[in-house]
Design a protein. Structure first.
Lengths: 253, 285, 291
């Protein structure tokens, strides 16, 4: 039977040492949708995002309770290979972080480490991913150029292309446009819109307008709690909670 | 004289004293290099480099010692680099919170401060006697490898530490395992720093004398070593031997041999310094 | 896949274990050989006898002359390196133009990269003849010139580490001092040096530890006579020189003479071990304060 939701979080509690940073988070994410996480700095939205592909595993004091279920499987189960999980749940980071290698090598990195070496297969994947990330036309003639020579916006789209190449079904984006100029930002936003038809996208953002523009649903986090989670339109026009109202109207945060 | 003037005077006097002290070190170095060049340069020629030691100073050469030094360099590199880099990776990437790693760390810190001659005593008992290597190149290289291990480990850790977190996260985020991330991303990014540390460590090994004396390196070797199981001498040993003799001819020989040794050491240090600067510029992405 | 990762981790850990094995090896070798030595020579005699003549017919096994020899050369070295090194550190930190600091530091570090056998040559053939013109009664082998040259060698240890310590003093502190009209000189000695004291002390301890374990300079230029003396003009013998002397000669493995080098070695190891750990302790204790 197909699970009802793409991703379910059940009573997720996270601690950094003694600090209780996430409290009883419950959330269901539908397939092929865009969900925005908003909230003031330190509210736990990035931490929650990183729980979804176990990126927090590398933090020494990190401890989690509760379940995160993707495609009906608990990703914190002992039998889960975290590398497999991350192929399915890709991630784009705040600052563009291409590897200090060529554009081509960046895109095929994820495939190469899976042991794929056939050149035609890699070439095909590289072209396909760069096209989907709307970068192909800009770089198709110099795939051998170092990735670090690209502009910030191009670098970020390269990072998205790199993520797409391993064919995830969920993409986590941690403030993907915060380090970019307005034009690059709008390109990334367009891209998110196009990717929606094939991927479940979860995006952390500080930018209210961005959340309103790109997302179907919005989750508002405050002091480690999920205050409100609803249709984006509802959250922005008719929030149920006063704190949400205060935040989106800019009274704090 | 009022107090402000006095204070300002002190300040100026100290400034010139500081300059003098800084120059003192440089001056000693200069005197020293000039003295060696004056005394030894005339002796450095092809016969000296390709000759064998002799009881007549003018007939002596440094070939066996030079070849011994090269052998020691290569063997020490082969032994110490893989082990040192691996241990550095382990401490920095794997051993963050376990007891064993802390134990290793403590040991490395202590080993870095152990006098080199003590390593000689260790080598004499373990490599020369218990493992039965005898006073061979291999025993010498094993001893020096242990000696330079802390240097390589520390350099590796520093270089790995300087690799930005974002690079690792990018790799993990694409489904790479820990080792894949280290091998494909972290090590290439850290290679400049690691190479620098390795060269400095090896240059130290080239200049070491005391542990090799204890291990049993020879002061007089009339043959060129041809394999790791041969007995040997090294340049510093040869210098020590010549400088301990009363005849002026041998002192000149030692000055000439020092020129060769310093050339090797400075060359290695220069390359390391160059790589370090280049790497520091590159590392900001 | 998972197994491969495990194997790699195990290999890396094994490399780390070599560090532990080295320490264990050093301790084992030193303790086992010197235990046999002390079963023949009582520890009391070793520590109190004032003569060290294991290679002569009339054998005495008193480590004191070797200890005083070692301390004497170390003391002279520190007497040179501490004032010069610390002044250099202060000068580079506060007085020198930035460009000068940039190239002086690596140049000074060359001093630490020169092989010690070369310093030995320098002490014996340059410094001693030079000092003999000034100081009457200076022997051809003496602790004075080896100590001075050793001091030059360890200048960079003190200057480099002390400069780091001065550099780590919060900028606000120095600005506060300048803001009240203090000169650089006053700022250095009233604010910076006290604030950086722990780092400076650590640098000195490491320099001492290095001097205590230094071998080639003293083996070449300080002589091979275990005299119980504090006269810097006299030839002496350090612990390290003794080990070299025995190693150069033909001493039979397993003999009492052979074991003396391990007894000497364990004394040296103990000295440097204590010094190093005191420096770790100071570093740990006082850097915690800044955070």
């Amino acid at each position: 039977m197909t699970p009802e939701f793409k991703l379910e979080a059940k009573k997720v509690n996270v601690y950094y040492g003694e600090n209780h940073v996430l409290r009883d988070i419950n959330m269901n994410i539908e397939k092929n949708s865009v969900t925005a996480f908003i909230g003031p700095s330190g509210c736990g939205k990035s931490t929650f995002l990183r729980c979804l592909n176990r990126m927090n595993d590398y933090i020494e004091t990190f401890r989690m309770e509760g379940d995160v279920i993707i495609d009906g499987k608990d990703i914190y189960d002992r039998n889960v290979r975290v590398e497999e999980l991350r192929k399915k749940v890709g991630m784009v980071f705040q600052k563009p972080n291409p590897f200090p290698k060529s554009i081509y090598e960046n895109v095929v990195y994820g495939l190469k480490i899976q042991g794929i070496t056939r050149k035609d297969e890699l070439d095909h994947a590289a072209e396909e991913s760069l096209k989907r990330a709307a970068l192909w036309d800009e770089v198709k003639h110099d795939l051998k150029k170092p990735a670090l020579a690209l502009s910030g916006g191009q670098q970020q789209r390269l990072c998205i292309a790199r993520t797409l190449a391993v064919q995830p079904t969920v993409i986590l984006m941690d403030e993907p446009a915060s380090a970019l100029d307005p034009i690059s930002t709008s390109k990334v936003e367009e891209l998110i819109h196009e990717l929606k038809s094939n991927f479940s996208i979860l995006i952390v953002t500080h930018n209210m307008q961005q959340a309103a523009r790109v997302s179907d649903k919005t989750a508002f986090f405050y002091l480690g709690e999920l205050v409100e989670f609803d249709e984006t339109r509802t959250v922005f026009t008719n929030p149920k909670h006063e704190r949400t109202q205060n935040y989106i109207t800019g009274r704090f945060g | 004289m009022n107090k402000t003037v006095l204070n300002r005077l002190r300040d100026v006097v100290f400034k010139y004293f500081g300059m003098a002290c800084t120059l003192f070190g440089l001056l000693m170095l200069a005197i020293f290099i000039i003295d060696i060049l004056i005394r030894g340069l005339g002796r450095v020629n092809w016969d000296f480099i390709t000759g064998f030691p002799s009881y007549i100073p003018e007939n002596s050469g440094i070939l066996p010692a030079m070849v011994g030094t090269l052998w020691v360099l290569v063997l020490t590199a082969a032994l110490a680099i893989p082990v040192g880099v691996a241990a550095g990776i382990y401490l920095e990437e794997y051993g963050k919170r376990n007891y064993f790693a802390r134990l290793v760390e403590l040991n490395i810190a202590n080993l870095a401060g152990v006098p080199s001659i003590i390593y000689g005593l260790l080598g004499l008992e373990i490599f020369v006697r218990v493992l039965g290597m005898g006073s061979t190149l291999l025993a010498g290289a094993c001893t020096l490898s242990l000696l330079v291990l802390p240097v390589i480990i520390v350099a590796t850790r520093e270089a790995i530490k300087a690799v930005p977190k974002t690079l690792r996260e990018a790799s993990y985020g694409l489904g790479a395992s820990k080792w894949q991330t280290i091998w494909n991303q972290v090590l290439p990014a850290a290679s400049g720093g690691i190479v620098t540390g390795v060269i400095l460590a090896l240059s130290r090994a080239v200049g070491e004398t005391a542990p090799l004396i204890v291990v049993g390196a020879l002061a007089f070797v009339p043959f060129v070593p041809s394999g790791p199981m041969d007995e040997f001498s090294v340049l510093p040993m040869q210098i020590f031997n010549w400088v301990s003799r009363p005849q002026e001819g041998f002192i000149i020989n030692s000055a000439a041999a020092i020129i060769v040794l310093l050339l090797i050491t400075f060359l290695m240090n220069g390359v390391a310094l160059y790589l370090r600067n280049k790497w520091q510029k590159k590392v900001k992405w | 896949m998972k197994t491969k990762e495990r194997i790699i981790e195990a290999l890396l850990a094994a490399s780390g274990a070599i560090g532990v094995l080295t320490t264990v090896g050093i301790l084992y070798v030193l303790i086992s050989e010197s235990a046999q030595f002390f079963s023949t020579v009582p520890l009391g005699e070793f520590l109190t006898d004032t003569q060290w003549t294991p290679l002569f017919a009339d054998k005495h096994f008193g480590i004191l002359p070797l200890i005083t020899g070692t301390l004497l050369t170390t003391l002279i070295a520190i007497a040179v390196a501490l004032p010069v090194g610390l002044t250099v550190a202060i000068y580079l930190n506060l007085y020198a133009p930035a460009t000068m600091r940039k190239w002086i530091k690596p140049v000074l570090e060359i001093l630490a990269a020169v092989p010690t056998v070369v310093y030995g040559y320098f002490a014996l053939t340059v410094v001693t003849p030079f000092l003999q013109d000034i100081i009457p009664g200076l022997a051809s082998f003496n602790s004075l010139s080896s100590g001075i040259v050793m001091g030059v060698m360890i200048i960079p240890i003190i200057s480099s580490l002390s400069e780091d310590a001065l550099y780590a003093v919060p900028k606000s502190l120095r600005e506060a001092s300048f803001g009240m009209g203090a000169t650089r000189y006053q700022t250095v000695f009233k604010v910076l040096v006290p604030a950086a004291a722990s780092g400076i002390v650590v640098s000195v301890i490491l320099a001492v530890s290095r001097a205590v374990g230094e071998t080639m300079i003293v083996a070449i230029a300080a002589g091979q006579q275990p005299n119980l003396t504090f006269d810097p003009r006299e030839p002496i013998m350090t612990i390290t020189t003794y080990i070299v002397q025995v190693s150069m000669g033909d001493v039979e493995h397993g003999s009492l003479e052979y074991r003396t080098i391990y007894a000497a070695g364990i004394s040296l190891f103990a000295l440097t071990f204590i010094l190093n750990n005191v420096s770790f302790w100071i570093k740990k204790r006082f850097t915690a304060k800044y955070e």
